[in-house]
Design a protein around this ligand. Structure first.
Ligand SMILES: Nc1ncnc2c1ncn2[C@@H]1O[C@H](COP(=O)(O)OP(=O)(O)OP(=O)(O)O)[C@@H](O)[C@H]1O
Length: 792
């Protein structure tokens, strides 16, 4: 059993001493690093080692700078735990590993295997851990310790690990930015974080069960544990830019930078989303049927006519239909995408045309021979007739002319065909070079009137796809553009030509550098290669600029919102198939999102899936979860409700307002809530159509700088006005949900309402505009105008 108790000041003094020792070691390492950095910079400055030395120096300097940045992180929460084992040994756990000059461990990184006991050991788990101590620090000062003794034989009161430190973390005011939770991770969370990297791990959990926190800590763990993943980087996909702003500090604070954060609609470099989509169009575009529609659209561009006439060197050459079909088949059989396969098709055509030209030339030659021999024969006959009149000078039976096109002539013809603009135009017509944008523009422009382009879609669905050319792209278009980019591929001949040109340029530059520096012993080719390898962009920058970057691991948050087409796009980003997918199928609000993980698993049967469920909600107190329970039941009567880590809490309430007074009522209620939250953050969650009016009224009433709303709201503002979509994944001290009826309208409205109601850590108020909605019937009614400001 676990016994929690107060700890004497002596323990604080003891831990302070140990912490002082750790910081002394940090200072030593810092000095060593600074000295090494200065020496590296000095060594390169005189250029004595030549260009190769310069390149190596840069690499060394960047490694040392990284080490220095890592040591800088030591200022916050360097050491937060201690494990005492039965053999009398103690292990200190912290945010980084430290060793003394003799390489003895002083501090163990929280991700190291030996640190796992700190999060998972219980009296029942049979470990040799006797005591777990949470050490709370402010800067370099120990401000408290909480002990748990694990060797008693009483039954546990609950499963929470380090309850004191945990409760302190959970009840602290929110800042508008998510923080790391390494000091208070719980056992079930630790298991998810350290789970094997292979295959797809689905983490299902109700609101506030720590899915996002766990997913981000798992990214840090995987980067630390698997060099392959660190080399390729981790992609973290979240639902909105607001959400990414909310979580962006977590991984850097854990010392990890090999991470790209993205929303699904930013995964196609060079494509900007400028258009909103109707829910109907979003649903159709997200459906898996679109993969087939796009595949057929590309295939249709490879259909061959019955034959084609090619004018070359003044002659018309007829290429028969079966020859074209055969060339197209060969191109497809290579398995290449459409654009690279175009070269194979063109080669088939060029070969055939070369044959035709050779046949034509041979025919010409034969005709010429025949004509010439005829001429010669008649000349011979004439000569014979006159033979007796001539001296016997001409002997023999006539003259023979022979000859075929030589190899060099064939090569010449072939080259001419490859370069002939008329032939190129014919190839283009038969197997056109296509862009993803062009393919989609054509499809959307024609599909409404041409059922054969999408035989599996209803007429209404085809109409939903129709749009004017040049109308810009929506978030739902991005996976389609990505699918098209995959089907079309890039014509390597163009890419190779560009690469060759760049290599030549790099070689010229290297030659100039060598000539100017007078350095011997390094070839220009070698130096150019080193320049090419020295891409000064960070891994994250290189990865996010490259559509085909193969990430080592993919983390998908709020994964229930993704459409099947978005899944296809994401899975392409991780050829290794190593994914962590976190979400809650009861919070689905997107039209094309999923409400069952089974559907997702069934759609990708060849992948290895595992599922873990998280059950404890760390965000909301039980009172808020109880208020949201009827909504969860309406969504899915079978759904297990999460259990709150914190019992009780402020009772949520409702206010009956009207369409005419709702803005004024929200302003009054917000004023009261801001006072009650005493420095905490309040979110007003409202339908998109009300955000601007509410935001403006609140800014006017409460003071402009403390209120934020719009496309990119400042989450650190005292009051933030958001749509339910924007509020996804976020949390605030207090929440007011305005116009409940409108939030809950639409096919996935209850999911949106469930999201909105489960954002607060402390206080929740619901404002409805008509008769009380069924799902709020149990909440106590409060007056819209709660009276004068209660603050003193
Ligand atoms: N072990 C922990 N120690 C301290 N805080 C924790 C712990 N686990 C979760 N939290 C906190 O609980 C809150 C909710 O976590 P998180 O946002 O990860 O939940 P979620 O499951 O993603 O929620 P939702 O589905 O509603 O988006 C966060 O403030 C997080 O820091």
């Amino acid at each position: 059993m676990t016994r929690r108790g107060s700890v004497p000041d002596a323990a604080i003094r003891l831990e302070q001493q140990y912490l002082d020792g750790l910081y002394a070691r940090v200072e030593e390492l810092r000095e060593e690093t600074e000295a090494a950095l200065a020496a590296t910079n000095r060594a390169g400055a005189d250029g004595a080692d030549g260009p190769r030395g310069l390149v190596d120096r840069d690499a060394q300097a960047s490694r040392l700078s990284e080490r220095r940045a890592n040591l800088d992180r030591a200022e916050h929460g360097l050491c937060f735990g201690r494990l005492d084992r039965r053999d009398g040994s103690a292990t200190y756990i912290g945010r980084m590993g430290l060793r003394d000059a003799d390489l003895n461990p002083l501090l163990v990184d929280w991700r190291a295997p030996v640190a796992s006991d700190f999060y998972t050991a219980t009296a029942a788990s049979g470990t040799d851990v006797q005591r777990r101590r949470h050490i709370r620090t402010q800067g370099r000062t120990v401000v408290g310790v909480n002990d748990e003794l694990l060797d008693l034989d009483r039954a546990p009161d609950n499963d929470l690990v380090g309850e004191g430190a945990l409760m302190e973390a959970l009840t602290a005011h929110r800042t508008g930015r998510m923080g790391e939770i390494v000091a208070t991770l719980q056992g079930e969370q630790d298991e998810v974080i350290r789970a094997d990297a292979d295959g797809i791990l689905v983490v299902q959990g109700g609101p506030g069960t720590g899915k996002t926190a766990v997913a981000l800590h798992r990214a840090a763990y995987l980067l630390y544990t698997y060099p392959r993943i660190a080399e390729q980087g981790v992609l973290v996909v979240g639902p909105s830019p607001v959400f990414l702003a909310y979580i962006e500090q977590v991984l850097p604070s854990l010392g990890e930078t090999q991470v790209v954060l993205a929303t699904p609609d930013t995964l196609l470099p060079g494509t900007a989303v400028t258009r909103a989509e109707s829910p109907d169009a979003a649903r159709v575009k997200g459906d898996i049927t679109m993969a087939g529609v796009l595949g057929s659209a590309v295939r249709a561009r490879q259909e061959m006519p019955d034959g084609v006439d090619v004018t070359f060197a003044g002659d018309v050459l007829r290429v028969a239909g079966p020859v074209l079909v055969d060339a197209a088949e060969r191109a497809r059989r290579t398995g290449l995408a459409h654009n690279p396969a175009r070269r194979v098709f063109a080669e088939g055509l060029w070969s055939h045309l070369t044959e035709l030209v050779r046949d034509r030339d041979r025919q010409l030659l034969e005709d010429t021979e025949k004509g010439f021999e005829k001429e010669l024969r008649s000349a011979d006959a004439a000569i014979a007739r006159q033979a007796d009149q001539l001296p016997s000078a001409v002997e023999g039976g006539g003259t023979e002319v022979t000859g075929t096109a030589g190899e060099h002539e064939v090569t010449h013809v072939r080259r001419e065909l490859e370069q002939d603009p008329i032939v190129a135009a014919v190839v283009d017509g038969l197997w056109p070079a296509l862009t993803p944008e062009g393919l989609l523009e054509d499809l959307f422009g024609q599909v409404a009137d041409r059922p054969e382009l999408a035989p599996d879609l209803s007429a209404a669905d085809r109409r939903a796809l129709a749009r004017a050319s040049g109308a810009g792209w929506s978030a739902a278009d991005v996976p389609l553009l990505d699918e098209a980019a995959e089907l079309l591929g890039v014509d390597d001949t163009l890419a190779d030509a560009r690469l060759d040109a760049r290599r030549r340029e790099e070689l010229r530059y290297a030659q100039r550098v060598l000539a100017a520096s007078g350095v011997q012993g390094v070839s220009a080719e070698d130096l150019a290669q080193r320049f090419a390898e020295r891409d000064s962009r960070s891994l994250a920058e290189r990865a996010s600029a490259d559509r085909t970057w193969a990430y080592g691991h993919l983390i998908v948050d709020e994964a229930q919102e993704l459409s099947p087409m978005q899944w296809r796009m994401l899975l392409r980003r991780v050829p290794s198939g190593s994914l962590t997918v976190v979400g809650d199928v009861h919070q689905t609000a997107a039209a094309a999102g999923t409400t069952s993980w089974d559907t997702l698993v069934a759609a990708h049967p060849r992948r290895r899936w595992r599922r873990v469920d998280l059950s404890v909600s760390y965000r909301t107190p039980q009172a808020v979860l109880d208020a949201a329970a009827p909504v969860l039941r309406a969504l899915d009567p079978q759904a297990p409700a999460p259990v709150a880590a914190r019992e009780g809490g402020e009772a949520p309430w409702r206010v009956a307002s009207t369409p005419g007074t709702v803005t004024a009522d929200v302003v009054d209620l917000a004023r009261t809530e801001v006072a009650a939250l005493d420095g905490g953050h309040l979110a007003v969650i409202a339908p998109a159509g009300r955000v601007t009016e509410l935001g403006g009224a609140l800014a006017a009433a409460l003071g402009g700088t403390g209120v934020s709303f719009g496309v990119d709201p400042d989450l650190t503002a005292e009051v933030v006005v958001l749509t339910p979509e924007q509020a996804k994944g976020l949390e605030f001290d207090g929440v007011l949900v305005a116009d409940v009826e409108e939030v809950a309208s639409g096919p996935r409205g209850l999911g949106a309402l469930y999201v909105a109601m489960t954002r607060p850590t402390t206080r929740l108020g619901m404002i409805h505009l008509g008769p009380v909605p069924d799902v709020l019937a149990d909440l106590p009614l409060r007056s819209p105008a709660p009276g004068p400001d209660p603050t003193p």
